[in-house]
Design a protein around this ligand. Structure first.
Ligand code: PLP
Length: 391
């Protein structure tokens, strides 16, 4: 006789607690770059992905409100059912122009995009071997698993390893697909895109690149790192919930790719379209982002300031050279203690532990925003002095 669901869930939760892996939701209220917890604690947020501060930008809020008033609170159906709002098509044209591609398609979230585009590609390609960077985001792994594809994980950013795998598989039937992020979410380092493109061309492989953490922040006018390689990457996706300040995701590519996804990608077809307010915020972000060079410089400077301070105290920040900076600690317990120490200093930097990162590589993931003041960053750097660097 199976036990009740609640009993099973409680037993599993107890196991997770025992393993130090229990997660819980912590309610808070936001005030600019600060989070205010229910107990009144007010912390500077160094854990979010609002890299340009756009989530609080008056223009995004105003356009979001205006589009809700004009078009309504919800989209009422999937875009293939009732039709697609003209205003949504105009936003996608703006997105394609921003990314320098023929076409673009908005998805409801980055997770939904990766989890459902990859199965659609699998249908298109037939038998396929996938080569995935070992540190790829969970949504990419999810998409590959949902596609039922065989996945070879290559060592993080290790082109020699990838070449070895591609060479080993040379005589295997089917297509090849390389999947990577352009900026890695937990390490803040960049994929060697030029070399990955060269390898994909040499081996006739397709390439899927996730620009979640590059969009808005890196590349000319914040167009992302793929902007330097027009027409040479099959699928480029990115998210709207990070530097673009709103919510949702996009795929940018050829007209044929976008038309194919409209016809065969379940995550697009069978999901109610994003509400007009969300598209309105994206429309405003796309107007602002190309001209936010000042903010991009600020983010870069904040992150560099912190990396230098960490280095001075013998902390490693790995290969980070972007607005995401891991402070590598190693042990799970020591990393949780480091997070607690920051909280005592009214700073929020989240401990990231396995399985999100490899075993023994727990870290504080710190992320910088143009909205942080110089004083906020200095406080964070000063707080490092109270932490023990790993030996
Ligand atoms: C690299 C990467 N891809 C995809 C996603 C998922 O995007 P979304 O939050 O829009 O679902 C994330 C979110 O953390 C991410 O870091």
């Amino acid at each position: 006789m199976p036990r009740r669901l609640d009993e099973l869930a409680e037993a599993r939760l107890a196991e997770l607690k025992e393993a130090g892996r229990l997660r819980r939701l912590r309610p808070y209220r936001r005030e600019g770059t600060h989070v205010v917890r229910s107990d009144g604690a007010c912390l500077v947020d160094f854990s979010g992905n609002d890299y340009l501060g756009l989530s609080q930008h008056p223009e995004l809020i105003a356009r979001s409100r205006a589009w809700a008033e004009r078009y309504g609170a919800g989209a009422s159906a999937s875009r293939l059912v009732t039709g697609t709002l003209e205003a949504y098509v105009a936003v996608e044209d703006k997105l394609a122009a921003f990314k320098g591609t023929e076409a673009a398609l908005v998805f409801n979230a980055g997770f939904q995009a990766n989890a459902t585009i990859l199965p659609a590609l699998a249908e298109l390609f037939g038998e396929t071997v996938v080569y995935a960077d070992r540190l790829n985001h969970a949504s990419l792994h999810h998409g590959i698993a949902a596609a039922g594809l065989r996945q070879q994980r290559f060592r993080h950013n290790d082109l020699d390893h990838l070449r070895t795998l591609l060479t080993r598989d040379r005589d295997k039937p089917g297509r090849r697909l390389i999947v990577t992020e352009s900026v890695f979410s937990m390490d803040g380092d960049r994929a060697p895109l030029a070399d990955l493109i060269a390898l994909s061309e040499e081996f006739g492989a397709h390439l899927h690149v996730d620009e979640a953490h590059a969009t808005g922040v890196l590349g000319p006018q914040g167009k992302g790192l793929t902007a330097a390689y027009p027409g040479r990457i099959d699928v480029v996706m990115g998210t709207v919930g990070k530097a673009l300040g709103g919510f949702g995701a996009y795929v940018a590519g050829s007209r044929a790719l976008i038309d194919f996804l409209v016809n065969r990608c379940a995550g697009f077809i069978y999901s109610t379209a994003l509400p007009p307010s969300v598209f309105g915020a994206l429309d405003a972000a796309l107007d602002l982002v190309p001209n936010m060079e000042h903010e991009r410089t600020r983010v870069r400077d904040h992150a560099e300031h912190f990396r230098q301070a960490a280095k001075h105290l013998n902390f490693s920040t790995g290969a980070s050279d972007t607005q995401i900076v891991p402070l590598l600690i190693g042990g799970n317990e020591a990393t949780l203690q480091a997070q607690a120490w920051l909280e005592e200093q009214w700073l929020l930097g989240i401990a990231i532990r396995p399985p999100t990162v490899p075993e023994g590589e727990a870290r504080l993931r710190l992320s910088f925003s143009a909205a942080h003041s110089d004083a906020d960053v200095t406080r964070l750097c000063d707080a490092l002095a109270g932490l023990e660097p790993p030996r």
